[in-house]
Design a protein around this ligand. Structure first.
Ligand SMILES: Nc1nc2c(c(=O)[nH]1)N[C@H]1C(S)=C(S)[C@@H](COP(=O)(O)OP(=O)(O)OC[C@H]3O[C@@H](n4cnc5c(=O)[nH]c(N)nc54)[C@H](O)[C@@H]3O)O[C@H]1N2
Ligand SMILES: Nc1nc2c(c(=O)[nH]1)N[C@H]1C(S)=C(S)[C@@H](COP(=O)(O)OP(=O)(O)OC[C@H]3O[C@@H](n4cnc5c(=O)[nH]c(N)nc54)[C@H](O)[C@@H]3O)O[C@H]1N2
Ligand SMILES: [Mo]
Length: 765
């Protein structure tokens, strides 16, 4: 057998340049960077026309992050951010990957490119097929492609041998049809990107508050006394959140940031909508910055809880909201008892902070009533990720800071419709009430056995228990942990299918046979036989609204995701009481089915046409916790990190640069961290570098350690940076090869991509 092509990005360096870390975020540089990307990828006239529709009430939802749009006023030409502009530039790119491209380049040749180079090849125009043993993709008709998948699926010994993955861009309409098809086919194997993302939040919030989603609305930021941003980098990943934080500050609220890195976006901000302010100093956002050690959060939050309790014991009724606690919660006695088993002195070193800093944070929490806590991957992607979030909830519950204006939980979602996909039933563990509704409406027997999540799906493919992989969007091989292991898992499959807009590595690391099905992007018009359609999406705060494409499709052979699912179902399902082709012809018909099966979508077709959309029900927002096991909001008992580093070991977190959307690499810069033209870097504490005898930009190799297993990634440039000792940071997907598949969060099974234990070795030249 010929040698396998590596699945990880090549170890090539691209010519680094270091600059000073900027003092403030956004401002004129962000506008310039956005326009450069739009000009280069799309052209300036078409690009500006596109931007004018982005996140407007009659426009399309940004395919970037899930941060919400204002309910009322939306600024003309301005409800987008630098990175939203890059996201649509990337989708509307002039570059095309045509059948000729695949005739010219073999799969092996393409797999040697970096993710940046692969992505820049452009939009895929035709369905493409890689037959077994062939070196090049070949053009295939839609009909033949659907038949091939249907035959392969129907040839399996059991429906559970197929995996149906979803990334979070898929619309409600497509997602609903997709999960229905998969369940009629006979399996709950519906892993999704959420498994790698906010699953820990979903689990923790469901247990404690009875709903897996956050409780705040955008307007709550106008009323909050205190916002805590923990484990999140909104300046890069949710830039429009900075305007919400800016409003909190303007109205007199305070901001605490808890992060191992002093992320520029959270420190100082220049409003993009106000050119007069671009030249000034900008607005300081963070009032108190706690530079916590990676995974030191439970220890930190526990100290805060203990200090709150001390103060309450000293002066009863000065800290806790007893009325809320008595009426609405369960489990406070156990929590208080458990807190007594920890000593502050033992916890402090885990945080890397001084007790005084923690006391200052506690004081702000004690002295304010309306508190919002926001978080993202810095909390979820750890072994104790669920504990992290439950500890956050403990603080809010003690203060009664939930279910009222200006207060509550704010897990900031990633993909633009990841929350909506879950609402539509993209979940390997569907509640039985949901399946009951499907059975009643669609007259079939739904499978009841839980399916595989992402990690389990990889294991099943590796063990050849699963044999067909179908990806609705995303880039499975590069986004998941343990790149080479996952690649082998995919190679074991009989067939891998990717529904995609752009070329990515998952088209190049394939099963014995592979298909690429090209689909429309969010920004494109969707024509079906009854006319132009729109779709709907749910943002991070539970608002459902319509999204209507603005551009003509980049090629006339593309199908919408909805049409792909409907056709596939039509080809595959031998018996179905559903007229799939009719549903596809008019998305109002799909929305009627959603209304009939999922609570909260009453009058869907009418309400989705109201500008700005509608809010889904949210019990935590309504201060009602009857949906938990105890019928109350639950306090919980959580464990600090159990990681013990040996002397020469470091914790590594894998994070995003300012120039990427997950595995889509827009460019090679990380402007806010002062790194230009290079992604293979490792950020280190300067004292640690000295101890290892490393100079700035020395070339190092990284080895990760887990259960006596070792994984290697070679060729990274060491950069001295403001980061706590024994903590390091690298970018994903390059560092994913180091993340062990079995290293994951308890209960949620989310890969622990932010706590990878590594050693660092200088490359001998
Ligand atoms: N432009 C752009 N936008 C995006 C994305 C993108 O790639 N590009 N991705 C989207 C997706 S899918 C998601 S999920 C979100 C991700 O949004 P983020 O979660 O903001 O993304 P990360 O880059 O993973 O950053 C994690 C942050 O947590 C901090 N952190 C890491 N470990 C710890 C810890 O142990 N404790 C604390 N307190 N902090 C820690 C890191 O320093 C970093 O600031 O963004 C979404 N939006
Ligand atoms: N080490 C490490 N790994 C991580 C993370 C981390 O922080 N560290 N973060 C994790 C997180 S939070 C997430 S959400 C996952 C992301 O995992 P995925 O969602 O699987 O990955 P993406 O990179 O977002 O997927 C990009 C691809 O989606 C396709 N695409 C784009 N738009 C569309 C569309 O409209 N329709 C269709 N059908 N396809 C489209 C394009 O072909 C593009 O190449 O990665 C996870 N992996
Ligand atoms: Mo995510």
């Amino acid at each position: 057998m010929s040698k396998k092509t590596a699945a990880q990005p090549p170890e090539k360096l691209t010519g680094i340049e270091l600059t000073d870390v900027p003092k403030s975020s956004v401002g004129v540089k962000a506008i310039k960077s956005a326009l450069t990307h739009v000009k280069d990828e799309v052209g300036i006239i078409k690009g500006l026309s596109l931007l004018s529709k982005l996140n407007q009430k009659n426009g399309f939802d940004c395919p970037g992050c899930a941060w919400p749009d204002p309910d009322e006023k939306r600024a003309f030409l301005a409800e987008y951010c630098e990175n939203g502009a890059k996201a649509i530039a990337e989708e509307a790119t002039k570059n095309k990957v045509s059948p000729l491209f695949f005739t010219t380049h073999s799969v092996e040749e393409l797999a040697k490119l970096s993710d940046y180079e692969i992505g820049k090849s452009g939009r895929i125009t035709h369905p493409m097929y890689l037959p077994e043993g062939k070196t090049h993709y070949e053009e295939i008709s839609w009909g033949k492609a659907f038949k091939l998948i249907a035959d392969e699926l129907n040839g399996l010994d059991s429906p559970d041998e197929a995996i149906f993955y979803t990334s979070g861009r898929t619309s409600n309409e497509a997602a609903f049809l997709y999960q229905l098809f998969v369940r009629e086919f006979g399996t709950n194997n519906l892993p999704d990107c959420s498994n790698m993302c906010h699953e820990s939040s979903g689990v923790a919030l469901s247990q404690t508050l009875g709903i897996g989603k956050g409780s705040v609305t955008l307007d709550d930021f106008n009323h909050a006394d205190l916002v805590i941003v923990i484990g999140q980098n909104p300046g890069t990943n949710h830039p429009r959140m900075l305007s919400a934080l800016s409003e909190t500050k303007k109205k007199g609220g305070k901001i605490i940031t808890i992060n191992p890195l002093p992320e520029v976006g959270l420190m100082n901000y220049k409003e993009p909508q106000n050119p007069l302010k671009w030249l000034g100093k900008g607005q300081d956002l963070t009032d108190l910055f706690l530079q916590v050690k990676i995974n030191g959060d439970v220890a930190l939050l526990k100290i805060i809880l203990k200090l709150m309790k001390e103060q309450e014991d000293l002066k009863p009724n000065s800290v806790f909201n007893h009325q809320f606690i008595n009426e609405k919660t369960a489990g406070i006695e156990d929590l208080l008892k458990d807190l007594d088993t920890y000593s502050i002195d033992e916890l402090v070193p885990q945080t890397g902070l001084s007790l005084n800093e923690i006391k200052n944070a506690t004081e702000l929490i004690i002295n304010n009533e309306k508190i919002i806590i926001c978080w993202a991957m810095g909390l979820t992607q750890h072994k104790n990720g669920v504990d992290n979030i439950r500890e956050v909830v403990n603080i809010l519950l003690l203060k009664g800071s939930i279910g009222k204006k200006g207060a509550g939980t704010c897990p900031v979602r990633g993909h633009s419709n990841v929350q909506g996909d879950r609402t539509m039933g993209i979940w390997e563990r569907p509640p039985s009430s949901f399946l009951d509704n499907l059975e009643k409406e669609f007259k079939f027997k739904a499978p009841r056995r839980f399916g595989f999540d992402v990690v389990e799906a990889i294991e099943a493919m590796h063990q050849k228990k699963a044999k067909v992989f179908f990806g609705m969007g995303g880039n499975f091989v590069s986004a998941t942990p343990d790149t080479e292991f996952t690649a082998d898992a995919l190679r074991n499959c009989k067939l891998t299918v990717q529904v995609s807009t752009k070329l990515n590595r998952s088209h190049l690391i394939t099963g014995k046979k592979a298909l690429i099905l090209p689909c429309l992007g969010r920004s494109e018009k969707d024509y079906q036989v009854t006319g132009e359609q729109f779709v709907s999406v749910e943002n991070s705060m539970g608002v459902v609204q319509q999204s209507r494409g603005h551009l003509e499709p980049c090629f006339d052979k593309l199908l919408s995701e909805t049409a792909i699912v409907a056709n596939l179902a039509n080809f595959t399902l031998k018996r179905s009481n559903t007229d799939w082709i009719e549903l596809m012809s008019n998305y109002d018909l799909i929305r009627r089915k959603i209304e009939a099966t999922i609570p909260g979508f009453e009058n869907y077709n009418k309400r989705v046409r109201i500008k700005g959309g509608f809010y889904l029900p949210n019990n935590a927002r309504d201060n009602n916790f009857e949906t938990t096991k105890t019928n109350k909001a639950n306090f919980s008992i959580n464990k600090p990190s159990e990681i013990e580093l040996e002397n020469n070991q470091f914790i590594m977190m894998t994070i995003r640069t300012h120039d990427q959307f997950n595995t889509t690499i827009y460019g090679l810069n990380d402007r806010y961290r002062g790194v230009l033209n290079e992604r293979r870097v490792v950020f280190m504490n300067p004292d640690d570098m000295k101890t290892l005898g490393l100079q700035k930009l020395d070339l190092v190799d990284l080895t990760s350690h887990f259960n006596n297993e070792k994984r290697e990634a070679k060729g990274f440039l060491a950069i001295p940076y403001s980061i706590p000792k024994q903590c390091t940071a690298t970018y994903f997907p390059e560092a994913n090869v180091l993340v062990p598949l079995k290293s994951k969060a308890d209960i949620s099974n989310t890969p622990a991509s932010k706590t990878v234990i590594i050693t660092i070795k200088k490359r001998e030249i």
